[in-house]
Ligand binder design. Structure first.
Ligand code: ASP
Length: 592
C-alpha cells in the first residue's frame, strides 16, 4: 500500500497512529541530529522527522539523498509537534519516520515549486508538470473543475441536455480566421476547427432538442493579443421557444448559482443597460461599474468660447477624479497626457481642471475660460474642492474610447477596482450591423445569425442603406467587472430574413448557399424561434478568482506565439505524411 492518508489530512486526533504517506519532497532541513522534511501531495504538506534509531551518519546521508521533488513513501508514527505551525492544516503534528522508500528520484527542478516561484512564464509552460505541482496553479485547476461540475448540475436541473458537436467542420470566412485540417480521403479539401458550435446548436433547436449546452473547446486563429488563447473553452447554450428575457433570467440564474456554490457570494439581480447608454456613460460596451467616474458631456458649456480645440470638436467629454487635485503634480499630468497620446490610446491631448479649496480653479485651459465658466463645468461633474476634472475632445466614437481608457487607468490608480467586489450587468440592444469604412461593407456586430429586433424586421427587409445602420438586435453581453463573460442573441429562424442578412453582409447568393445552405435549408423544415449564448469559461474562472490572466486556469496553455512549449507544437511533419495529405507545396522550414 502506498498510503493510508494523504499529506493534508492528519490532525492532533491521529496522534499515536501508525501511518503511511507518499508524496514529493518539498524541502529538507538538516539539524545535525535530526532531519525535517516537508512531504507534499495535492492535499497538503506534512512534516516528517527522521531521527529514530538512526546514527548521525545515516541521517546526514539521508538529508543529502532526499533531494527536492524526490518521490518517497514513508511509514511512521504521528506525534505532536513541539513547535506548532498554525499556518498549516497539519501544523500540529509530524511523522516520526521508521521506514523510508525512495519511489523515484528527481533532477533539481528549474524553478521553485512554491506559491511564489522564480520561474518565468515560458519556463513554467515548458515544465508545466512541475508548475502544476505548485499550489496556486493546482487550486485554479480544481476551481475550474468545480465550476464545470456546478454548471452541469445547474443546467441539467433546468432540463438542458449536453450534446457533443463535431470538431472537424467546414471553413467559413465570416468571423475570425479558421484553423484548418487537410482531409487525406478527400484530396485538396479541408476541414476547419469550430470557432464555436453556433450553427450546430441552432440545428439542434430545429431538431427539437429544445435546451442544449456543451462545455466545449473552440478555436480561433487570431494574432494573439494579451490573454487570448488559440483554443479556449466556452459554456455554449441554446434554447428554443424563448424570449430574450427568459434567456437573460436563465443565465443570470446560472451565474448566481456559480458564485454561490464556488465562492459563497450572493449576487444581486443584474442591472441592464443598453449599448447606447453604456457607450454614453462609460465609452465601453463592457463597462466596469465597480466605480462611478461616469462620463459628463460638456458641449453646451465648453464650446463657443475662446478655445478652438473644443469649438471644433464633435464631443467634449470628461470624468471627475475625486480628491485627486493634490495627488497630481504638473509632471504627473504631463506623464498622464503622454500615456494618453500613445498610439494604443491615440488621444490628442488632455485638459485638466483642479478645484481649489477657495472656489477658484487651476486649469490647463485657464486662459480660455474664467472661473465662472469653470464653475458651470464643476456643477455638471458634481466636482468639489480637491477634485480634478479630466476632459478630452474629438470625434464622438474615438473620444469615448479614449476616455474609457483614461477612466480605467484612473480607477486602477485610485484603487477603485477591488478584485473581490463583483458588479455584473447585462448590456443589451446592440446594433445589428456595424459599417466598416476600410472594407466598405457591413459586419455583423455579434454574428450573421443574430436576429434584428422584431420591430426592425420590416426595416431590415426593405429599408435603404442608411436605415441598416440603425437596426437594433436582440443581442446581449454579460459583463462582470469590465470583462465580457458571455454573449449571445435571439437568432434568425426564417430563411428569407437569413438570406437578407447574408446579402447585407456582402455574401452573394451562391456564397451564402455554399457556406450556409444547410442552415437555411433547415429553416424551411419548421425551425422554432430560438436563441442562446456562450460564456467564455476560462475568463469566467479568472474573473471569479479576481485574476487578470486566463493562462493559469488552463492546464496546458499556449504562449504568445501560439506554441505549446512543453510538447513543442506546432511542428513540421515528414514528407510521407505531407504526400499522404496531398500537400505537395513545399514550405521552407522556419526556425522555431
Ligand atoms: N456563438 C457565439 C460566440 O461564440 C455565442 C452565441 O451567440 O451563442 O460568441
Amino acid at each position: 500500500m502506498y498510503r493510508t492518508h494523504n499529506c493534508g489530512e492528519l490532525r492532533i486526533e491521529n496522534i499515536g497512529e501508525t501511518v503511511t504517506l507518499s508524496g514529493w519532497v518539498q524541502k529538507s532541513r538538516n539539524k545535525g541530529f535530526m532531519v525535517f522534511t516537508d512531504l507534499r501531495d495535492r492535499y497538503g504538506v506534512t512534516q516528517l522527522l527522521f531521527t529514530e534509531e538512526k546514527t548521525e551518519e545515516e541521517l546526514l546521508k539521508l538529508a543529502g539523498t532526499l533531494g527536492r521533488e524526490y518521490v518517497i513513501k514513508v511509514t511512521g508514527t504521528v506525534t505532536e509537534r513541539s513547535a506548532k505551525n498554525s499556518k498549516m492544516s497539519t501544523g500540529d503534528i509530524e511523522i516520526e519516520v521508521t521506514e523510508l522508500v525512495v519511489l523515484n528520484e528527481s533532477k533539481t527542478p528549474p524553478f521553485k515549486i512554491e506559491d511564489e516561484t522564480d520561474g518565468g512564464d515560458e519556463l513554467r509552460m515548458k515544465y508545466r508538470y512541475l508548475d502544476i505541482r505548485r499550489n496556486p496553479v493546482q487550486q485554479n485547476l480544481i476551481f475550474r473543475s468545480n465550476l464545470a461540475i456546478e454548471t452541469r448540475k445547474y443546467l441539467a436541473n433546468q432540463n438542458f441536455i449536453e450534446v457533443e458537436t463535431p470538431v472537424l467542420i467546414k471553413s467559413t470566412p465570416e468571423g475570425a480566421r479558421d484553423f484548418v485540417v487537410p482531409s487525406r480521403m478527400n484530396p485538396g479539401q479541408f476541414y476547419a476547427l469550430p470557432q464555436s458550435p453556433q450553427t450546430f446548436k441552432q440545428i439542434l433547436m430545429v431538431a427539437g432538442m429544445d435546451r442544449y449546452f456543451q462545455i466545449v473547446k473552440c478555436f480561433r486563429d487570431e494574432d494573439l493579443r494579451a490573454d487570448r488563447q488559440p483554443e479556449f473553452t466556452q459554456i455554449d447554450c441554446e434554447m428554443a421557444f424563448v424570449t430574450q428575457e427568459e434567456i437573460l433570467n436563465t443565465f443570470e440564474g446560472l451565474t448566481k448559482h456559480l458564485f454561490k456554490q464556488t465562492l459563497g457570494v450572493e449576487l444581486p439581480d443584474f442591472p441592464r443597460m443598453s449599448y447606447d447608454e453604456a457607450m454614453r456613460r462609460y465609452g465601453s460596451d463592457k463597462p466596469d461599474v465597480r466605480f462611478g467616474m461616469e462620463f459628463v458631456e460638456l458641449n453646451d458649456v465648453a464650446k463657443g468660447g475662446d478655445f478652438p480645440v473644443f469649438n471644433s470638436a464633435e464631443l467634449v467629454v470628461g470624468i471627475n477624479a475625486e480628491g485627486q487635485a493634490d495627488a497630481f503634480s504638473n509632471k504627473d499630468i504631463k506623464k498622464l497626457t503622454e500615456w494618453l497620446q500613445r498610439p494604443q490610446v491615440g488621444a490628442k491631448g488632455l485638459v485638466y481642471v483642479k478645484c481649489n479649496a477657495d472656489g477658484t480653479f487651476k486649469s490647463s485651459v485657464g486662459k480660455f475660460y474664467d472661473d465662472a465658466t469653470l464653475q458651470t463645468w464643476a456643477d455638471k461633474f458634481g466636482a468639489k474642492a480637491g477634485d480634478m476634472m479630466l476632459v478630452l475632445s474629438g470625434e464622438t466614437d474615438k473620444v469615448r474610447k479614449q476616455l474609457n481608457e483614461l477612466r480605467l487607468e484612473m480607477g486602477r490608480r485610485m484603487d477603485l477596482m477591488k478584485p473581490d467586489d463583483f458588479k455584473p450587468l447585462w448590456v443589451v440592444d446592440f446594433p445589428l450591423l456595424e459599417w466598416d469604412e476600410d472594407s466598405n461593407r457591413f459586419h455583423a456586430m455579434h454574428h450573421p445569425f443574430t436576429a434584428p429586433k422584431k420591430e426592425d424586421e420590416e426595416k431590415m427587409l426593405n429599408g435603404d442603406h442608411e436605415t441598416m445602420k440603425s437596426l437594433r438586435a436582440d443581442a446581449y453581453d454579460m459583463v462582470i467587472n469590465g470583462s465580457e463573460i458571455g454573449g449571445g442573441s435571439i437568432r434568425i429562424h426564417d430563411r428569407a430574413l437569413q438570406a437578407r442578412n447574408f446579402k447585407l453582409l456582402g455574401f452573394t447568393d451562391e456564397e451564402a448557399e455554399d457556406q450556409f445552405g444547410f442552415l437555411m435549408g433547415a429553416f424551411e423544415y419548421g425551425a422554432p424561434p430560438h436563441g442562446g449564448l456562450a460564456f467564455g469559461f476560462d475568463r469566467l474562472c479568472a474573473v471569479l478568482k479576481g485574476q487578470t490572466s486566463i493562462r493559469d486556469f488552463i492546464a496546458f496553455p499556449k504562449n504568445n506565439q501560439g506554441r505549446d512549449m512543453m510538447i513543442d507544437a506546432p511542428s513540421h511533419i515528414d514528407d510521407t505524411q505531407l504526400k499522404e495529405l496531398n500537400l505537395d507545396v513545399t514550405v521552407e522550414p522556419t526556425e522555431s
